[in-house]
Design a protein. Structure first.
Length: 123
């Protein structure tokens, strides 16, 4: 297989053959789909409390090799509307606050004057 579906249907990659080769590998062998399913299940299981990428990684260390992979799997889930930004943050370690992800039904409503993101759908 030499073609990848466009993101978010397929794994994203940025320029260069090594990045594309990695995306092609995880798409072809099903790793990306499996990891995305695990990440989605963790976010849905967290309920209203939500979960951070680091918390997901800590619960899936045996199945997902790196926290960056967790973040890479959250991105298409968010773009597809399967998970949402809770609007909250938690300590992500090293004094950094990180997003808390939730199922869409637990996401706060957009503000009434929302105009949508600059790079997303219009409100």
């Amino acid at each position: 297989m030499t073609d990848l579906p466009h993101y978010p249907q397929g794994p994203g990659y940025r320029g260069g053959e090594t990045s594309r080769a990695g995306a092609l590998k995880v798409f072809s062998d099903g790793t990306a789909q499996t990891q995305t399913g695990l990440v989605l299940a963790a976010i849905l299981a967290a309920g209203e409390n939500g979960v951070t990428a680091i918390e997901i990684y800590n619960s899936l260390r045996d199945q997902v090799p790196d926290v960056h992979i967790v973040r890479a799997r959250i991105s298409p889930l968010f773009k597809a509307g399967k998970v949402a930004d809770s609007g909250r943050t938690r300590d992500g370690g090293f004094g950094v606050q990180v997003k808390v992800w939730v199922a869409p039904q637990f996401a706060p409503p957009p503000p009434e004057d929302a105009q949508g993101g600059l790079f997303e759908k219009a409100a």
